[in-house]
Design a protein around this ligand. Structure first.
Ligand SMILES: Nc1ncnc2c1ncn2[C@@H]1O[C@H](COP(=O)(O)OP(=O)(O)OP(=O)(O)O)[C@@H](O)[C@H]1O
Ligand SMILES: [Mg+2]
Length: 205
């Protein structure tokens, strides 16, 4: 495959969507064809699954159902969007990917990590060339989300201890996959984060 896959990770409000947009714009200005996709979603089926996962409901998915819904959405976006774009030579930038499942369903929900790792192979089978994990504490995450003023979705309305476990999951990923998974201090300014990430991205293209 001639394209390159990048992903952004981090808890709510860490700045993923902000940085995806900036990186995408900077790479397009340099002549790259860039496709940005969000997880879960990015396909008509995936967007429906996104609703099932994130809407507040009286009948929320059990932890295992949640894991499998994320996996189904991922299998769809990998098959119908990510692989074809990479084969066509695009730079594909993902707003969350497999590391989020490890952090949220593994560390956050406490599902067995070996099962999550084997699902990665089934649902995805591809790894980003580089993942930027925007590391933020739950206090600052809450502050930014309050500023944004949107009603929290089902996963966002989990408490601080859940987010702290998710953060520990992401940091474990950084320890076990240091070449791919880079930790960025998300409390820095938007511009300085974007500058560092663009330099790294350009060095990989
Ligand atoms: N480095 C930063 N410093 C201060 N504020 C920031 C920074 N990056 C993003 N923000 C602001 O924080 C809020 C959340 O940013 P953004 O939507 O990019 O986060 P996100 O990780 O995509 O969140 P979510 O997981 O909820 O989609 C926005 O209002 C954004 O403008
Ligand atoms: Mg976002």
């Amino acid at each position: 495959m001639s394209g390159v896959l990048f992903s952004f990770e981090g808890i709510d409000g860490a700045g993923k969507t902000t940085q995806v947009a900036l990186l995408s714009q900077a790479l397009e200005e340099r002549g790259h064809r860039v496709v940005c996709l969000r997880e879960p979603g990015g396909t008509p089926l995936g967007e429906k699954i996104r609703g099932l996962l994130l809407d507040r409901t009286e009948d929320p998915p059990s932890p295992v159902a949640e894991l499998l819904l994320f996996a189904a959405a991922r299998a769809q976006i990998v098959a119908t969007r990510i692989r074809p774009e990479l084969e066509a030579g695009s730079v594909v930038i993902l707003d969350r990917f497999t590391d989020a499942t490890f952090a949220y369903q593994g560390y956050g929900r406490g599902l067995p990590l070996d099962q999550i790792l084997s699902l990665e192979g089934i649902a995805s089978g591809i790894e980003p060339r580089r993942t930027w994990y925007l590391d933020l504490d739950s206090e600052e995450s809450n502050r930014r989300r309050t500023l944004r003023g949107e009603a929290p979705d089902r996963l966002e309305s989990e408490g601080d201890t859940f987010r702290d476990r998710v953060r520990a999951g992401y940091l474990e990923r950084a320890r076990s996959r240091p070449a791919r998974f880079h930790v960025v201090d998300a409390s820095q300014s938007v511009a300085s984060i974007a500058t560092r990430i663009l330099q790294e991205a350009l060095s990989l293209l």
